[in-house]
Every structure is written in structure tokens, then in C-alpha cells.
Design a protein around this ligand. Structure first.
Ligand code: MG
Length: 430
């Protein structure tokens, strides 16, 4: 599936929800492109790769930001501004984009400053056969930009020509002098913390950037400041508290963050369901692994790994949501490294693959089919263990069990089976 063809100038836009947009009085119809600025060094984030290329939940920060824009059909093209030294990092990062973006994605090299980098992006769009009517400028280090925020930015650009997302500040803000003495306490109700994406009429911000580039000693940290300097009225629309900018090393954390904080844009996610099924045969033994729990038994399962049918079925269900083969493809039984492997590793890997595609795991449901062992006494432990492996709350994990009325192989206690369903949300085009 390719991205839809760029809309001609003046065409109505249809948003992700299928609604006609930008028809309000005073607004103009048009075409919106986006620039994602990824050329910074991010030295406050400490040593290591630049922050936009660091891993966040299994994928580079930049990739999460990029997907949130590419997932919206109302964004025609995305230009990523890349530092020349980072070209290999960038190529590696976007190699994980497995969708065909239909020529909607391009990149240009950045400049010595953020301001110069944005100008390179603007000039790249200006040089194209069909420049946009409006442009959004977004910092790559804000990976949680939501579809609704992007949509508000598009609407605000059309209505106001220059607009930025802002949120009320909860801290008291003071200005201080060089000695650290307070010179003023600023009136909090009038203050806004400004985020990106910042939204502009393309011709106006291009002109402002060109003039700023020609002016001596004029250097700004955001594009609104350039617009203000150029005399453009800048409107503030509602930002989002979750649209944080990853700045310091501690922002990345090392512990797994909760699903809520890892959730990328939600309005542009589509639901997918995956299914899994697994069987293992019984042999005499002393324990069975089931749902991540070790159950004492006079039977065991024959398997290359620990033979946990519940976790195997669930692993396949998760892989199914991203169309990424099955457990055997990822962990071949012929590979000696998986001999006796604990199946929580398989399940955790599948969850990581989903999240590396900016996916959100909403719910999993497992049914275990057997005459033996009795599942009831272990159901809560299985639920807790699976929730732990997947980083979900227990309310998002369901474990059920049934016998097959002594019919068939499970009824004859020759083996055990499990089925699983996983529900996830993924960006539209991944
Ligand atoms: Mg299996």
C-alpha cells in the first residue's frame, strides 16, 4: 500500500477519521508538509549516540516521531533534517520502516545550528515542483507527538498563518540576572511552555528564515521566534503535556516505562488482532511449564524448549499482529541455542518487536485445552507472570481453560494445547 497521492493545491483534505477538514471560515485549503529536525548533538543527554538515534522502547527516538507524521494522510511529505555525520545512523533507523511510503519521506543535510537546519529543510521543499502551502516543524526528540496534536497544528496554520502548541506552566517562573538575583517574577497565567510541531504558512516562514539567515548575529532557538522577529503574529494553540522533549540522560531511563507513558500517538493507531495455537505431547516426567509457571506433575512435555504451550501460542499471536512470521522462524528448533530455553524469552521478544513498531499491546487472551494439569489453582500465577513478561497490567491478561470432554488427544491425556489472541494498536502504515 502506498501513501495516497499528494493532494493538489486547493483540494480538500480528508483526515484519518475520514472527516473533511479545513473548511472553517477564514481558513484556506492547502497542502501540508512536515520537517523533522534531527540534526542536533543533544549534548545535555550525555555521551553516546545523539538522543534522536537512541533506543526508546525498541526503536530509535526519531523513528517514533517519524511514524507519527507518516501515519497521517493529511501530511503529504516529511523531510528529515539529518546531520551529515549521522547519515549511517539515519539509514539504519529508517530501515525499520517496513511500509512503502510512496515517496513521502525524504532527507536533507543539516546546518551548523538548528536555525540553519530548519532552513535547509524549507529550501528543500521550496525547490520541489509543488511546494506545500503550509509546513509543520517538529523536533525529532519529541517522539510522543499525537495525531490530534498534529491535526491541530495543521488547522492552526491554515487559520492563523503562524501557530505553536503551548501548555500552561505549573512552576513559578522568575527571571534572574548574571549574579543569580531575581529581577522579576513573571505572571504565571500569561506564560506558556512552547512545544513543536510549530505550524506556518510556508511562504511566510521561508521568507522569515531567509531574512534571518542574511541578518548578522540573528540566531533563534525556535521557528516561532523567527516568525516573531519577522513581524508575523504567532498564535498559540493547545499543546499536550505528554509531548515531552527528551533532553537529559535520565529522560531515557533504564527501567521499562509503563505502557501509558510509552504509548505513542493514539488517534492514528489502528487495531490488529493476532491468533496463535500450539500443541506439545506428554511423556512421563515431573513437571510441566504452563503460562510461565512450573507445575509439579507426573508428566512432562516433549519439546526443544521448555514446551510451554500457553506462552508459545501467545508468542505466535503477538507475531501475528505485526505479520512477522511465527515462533519457529524466530527461534528455530534446529538452533541449539534454544534447547531447553525458557519460553518467557520468546514472549518478551515478540512484545519487543511489536513495541519497536510503535505498537501498543492492549490485551491478550489465552485458552488452555487439557485434561491435565488442572489450571484453576495456577490461573492467577499465570496471569501475573504473563503480565510481568509483557509489561501489562493483569487486567489486560486473560487465562481460560477447558477440557475436551475426554475426546481426542487432549482428552486421552496424550498432550496439551493452547490458543491465544492478542489485540494491539499500531500506526496506520507500519
Ligand atoms: Mg510449542
Amino acid at each position: 500500500m502506498t501513501g495516497r497521492d499528494p493532494a493538489p493545491l486547493g483540494a480538500e483534505q480528508i483526515n484519518a477519521a475520514g472527516e473533511r477538514t479545513f473548511t472553517s471560515e477564514g481558513a484556506h485549503a492547502g497542502v501540508t508538509d512536515a520537517i523533522i529536525v534531527a540534526a542536533g548533538r543533544g549534548e545535555r543527554a550525555g555521551p553516546g549516540a545523539p538522543k534522536q538515534y537512541r533506543d526508546l522502547n525498541g526503536a530509535p527516538v526519531l523513528l517514533h516521531s517519524l511514524r507519527n507524521f507518516l501515519a497521517l494522510p493529511a501530511i503529504r511529505r516529511v523531510v528529515v533534517v539529518v546531520r551529515a555525520d549521522d547519515r549511517a545512523l539515519f539509514d539504519t533507523a529508517i530501515a525499520a520502516l517496513d511500509a512503502d511510503y510512496g515517496g513521502r519521506l525524504m532527507s536533507v543535510s543539516g546546518g551548523a545550528t538548528r536555525q540553519a537546519s530548519v532552513r535547509h529543510g524549507l529550501e528543500a521543499l521550496a525547490s520541489m515542483a509543488t511546494p506545500p502551502t503550509d509546513v509543520l516543524v517538529h523536533d525529532a526528540a519529541r517522539p510522543w507527538v499525537s495525531a490530534s496534536l498534529i491535526q491541530r497544528a495543521i488547522t492552526a496554520a491554515r487559520a492563523h498563518g503562524a501557530a505553536v502548541p503551548g501548555i500552561a506552566v505549573s512552576d513559578t517562573i522568575k527571571s534572574v540576572d548574571a549574579e543569580g538575583l531575581v529581577t522579576a517574577t513573571l505572571p504565571r497565567p500569561t506564560l506558556r511552555a512552547i512545544q513543536t510541531p510549530q505550524a506556518f504558512r510556508f511562504s511566510a516562514i521561508l521568507d522569515a528564515h531567509r531574512r534571518a539567515a542574511n541578518a548578522q548575529g540573528v540566531e533563534f532557538t525556535d521557528d516561532a521566534a523567527i516568525a516573531e522577529w519577522a513581524g508575523l503574529p504567532v498564535h498559540v494553540f493547545e499543546g499536550e503535556p505528554g509531548n515531552i522533549k527528551l533532553t537529559h540522560q535520565s529522560d531515557f531511563g533504564t527501567a521499562p516505562a509503563s505502557e501509558a507513558t510509552l504509548a505513542p500517538a493514539t488517534a492514528n493507531l489502528i487495531s490488529r488482532t493476532g491468533i496463535g495455537y500450539d500443541v506439545h505431547a506428554f511423556v512421563p516426567g515431573d513437571h510441566i511449564w504452563l503460562g510461565g509457571v512450573r507445575i509439579a506433575s507426573d508428566l512432562a512435555v516433549t519439546a526443544h524448549s521448555d514446551g510451554d504451550v500457553a506462552l508459545h501460542a501467545l508468542t505466535d499471536a503477538l507475531l501475528g499482529t505485526i505479520g512477522d512470521g511465527d515462533i519457529g522462524a524466530h527461534f528455530p528448533p534446529s538452533d541449539p541455542q534454544w534447547a531447553g530455553a525458557s519460553s518467557d524469552r520468546f514472549l518478551a521478544h515478540a512484545a519487543k518487536l511489536v513495541r519497536a513498531r510503535s505498537g501498543v499491546i492492549d490485551h491478550v487472551d489465552v485458552v488452555i485445552i487439557c485434561e491435565h494439569p488442572k489450571v484453576g489453582p495456577h490461573r492467577q500465577a499465570m496471569r501475573a507472570r504473563i503480565a510481568e513478561i509483557l509489561g501489562l497490567s493483569e487486567t489486560a491478561v486473560s487465562i481460560k481453560a477447558t477440557t475436551s470432554e475426554r475426546l481426542g488427544f487432549t482428552g486421552r491425556r496424550e498432550g496439551i494445547a493452547a490458543q491465544a489472541v492478542a489485540s494491539v494498536r499500531l500506526p496506520l502504515l507500519t
